[in-house]
Design a binder for this molecule. Structure first.
Ligand code: MG
Length: 350
C-alpha cells in the first residue's frame, strides 16, 4: 500500500513560559505529520520530543521525515529506527487514524467512561499560593506543584502554606523534575510523610549524557527512597520510551508510572504491559498540540486500570490557541476528546 506522506515542523511560543528545574521553556518544537491513502482518507500524528528527557531532537525528526519522501509504504514506516521513538509514535498514530477512517469506526472509549478527572497545574514558587484558591473553587481536587526550582528550606515553608490552602480531601503532587540530590529528596520526603501528598515525582534523575554509572546510581537512589518513605515516588523523566518502561516494570517498580504517551513508540503495547503488572499509571501531557493531545487522551480513556487524575491541566498553553488541547478543567469529557480536530491544527501551520 502506497501512502502520501507530508510533514510540517512547528515552533510555537508558549502563552506563559514553563519553569522547571531544567530551566525555562518558552516555545515548543515538534513535527505534525499526515498520511493519505489512495482514496483520499487521512490520518495525523504528532512527534513532540522533550530533548531533556533524552528523546530525539526536532532536527532528527525533520531529517528522518525528509528521508521518507512524499510516498511511503508500510515497510518504510516500519523501518524508522527505534531511537526515533517520538516519530514512530506519530507515524503509528497517523496509521491508526487512517485505519479507523477506512473502517468508518469513529473513536469511542471502550467501557463507556464519559469523563476523567484532571489535576490542576500550579505555577512554581510562591505564585502557587495565589493560584490554588481559584482552582479549588473551579472544582479541582488534585493539584500539581513544580518544586526543585528554589532553595529547599524556602520551598518547604511554601509547602506548608500550600497544604493549609488546599480544600479538604485534596491531594498535592510534587514534581521535582529530577532536580534534587538524595539528601534534598530525603528532607522533602520526611516532610511529605504526614501531608496530603499524592506522590513525589522524579526526585532525582541522571540523563544519558551523565553516563551509565551515574544513571545506575540515580536509579538505586529512587528505589531506596521508594522503600524508605511512605509517600509514593513517581517516575517521569526515567521513562524515556518503551525500553525504559520495560526495564522498570521488570524490576518490579512499585511506585507510580507517569506515562506521556507522546514519548512512546508503541502506546498500546506499553499500556498492555502496565495493565498486566497492575501498575499505578498517571497519564500526562508532553505539552503537545491538540494532535498529540487527542491521541494521549484517547489512550487515557482506553486504560482499564485504576484511574488517577490526568496530568493534562496545561491548556491554554500556546499563544496561538488553535493548537491547544482541551482547556484545563476538573474533568475532561470523552466527547470533547473525540471532537479534537487534528486537521485544523495541521491547516494552521501553513
Ligand atoms: Mg514530571
Amino acid at each position: 500500500m502506497s501512502l502520501l506522506f507530508a510533514y510540517r515542523r512547528y515552533r510555537l511560543p508558549l502563552r506563559v513560559a514553563v519553569r522547571t528545574s531544567h530551566g525555562v521553556w518558552r516555545e515548543r518544537e515538534g513535527v505534525i505529520l499526515r498520511l493519505q491513502d489512495e482514496r483520499g482518507r487521512v490520518g495525523f500524528g504528532e512527534a513532540a520530543p522533550i530533548p531533556w528527557f533524552g528523546t530525539e531532537s526536532p532536527d532528527e525528526i525533520e531529517g528522518a521525515c525528509r528521508g521518507l519522501g512524499e510516498r511511503v509504504d508500510l515497510a518504510a514506516l516500519a523501518a524508522v529506527p527505534g531511537q526515533l521513538g517520538c516519530l514512530r509514535h506519530a507515524l503509528a498514530a497517523a496509521q491508526d487514524e487512517l485505519r479507523a477512517n477506512a473502517e468508518e469506526a469513529p473513536w469511542t472509549s471502550p467501557d463507556g467512561v464519559t469523563a476523567l478527572t484532571v489535576a490542576a497545574l500550579l505555577p512554581a514558587g510562591r505564585a502557587a499560593l495565589e493560584a490554588v484558591g481559584p482552582r479549588a473553587d473551579a472544582g479541582f481536587r488534585v493539584f500539581k506543584w513544580k518544586v526543585g526550582v528554589a532553595d529547599v528550606a524556602d520551598e518547604l515553608v511554601l509547602l506548608d502554606d500550600l497544604c493549609a490552602a488546599l480544600p479538604a480531601g485534596a491531594k498535592l503532587r510534587l514534581d521535582a523534575n529530577g532536580g534534587w540530590t538524595r539528601p534534598q529528596a530525603e528532607r522533602w520526603l520526611e516532610r511529605c510523610a504526614e501531608r496530603p501528598v499524592d506522590y513525589v515525582e522524579q526526585p532525582c534523575f541522571a540523563d544519558a549524557t551523565q553516563g551509565a554509572t551515574q544513571r545506575k546510581r540515580c536509579e538505586d537512589v529512587l528505589r531506596g527512597l521508594a522503600e524508605d518513605y511512605p509517600t509514593p515516588i513517581a517516575l517521569d523523566e526515567s521513562l524515556v520510551g518503551d525500553g525504559d518502561l520495560g526495564r522498570w516494570l521488570e524490576n518490579g517498580w512499585s511506585g507510580v508510572f507517569v506515562i506521556k504517551p507522546a514519548l512512546l513508540a508503541d502506546v498500546a503495547g506499553a499500556l498492555e504491559r502496565l495493565a498486566q503488572a497492575r501498575a499505578a499509571v498517571v497519564f500526562s501531557s508532553a505539552l503537545e498540540t491538540a494532535v498529540g493531545a487527542r491521541d494521549a487522551l484517547r489512550a487515557a480513556f482506553e486504560w482499564r486500570g485504576e484511574r488517577r487524575a490526568l496530568g493534562f491541566g496545561v491548556y491554554p498553553l500556546f499563544k496561538d490557541g488553535r493548537f491547544d488541547g482541551p482547556a484545563a478543567a476538573p474533568f475532561v469529557y470523552r466527547d470533547d476528546v473525540a471532537r479534537l480536530d487534528a486537521e485544523a491544527a495541521w491547516n494552521a501551520l501553513t
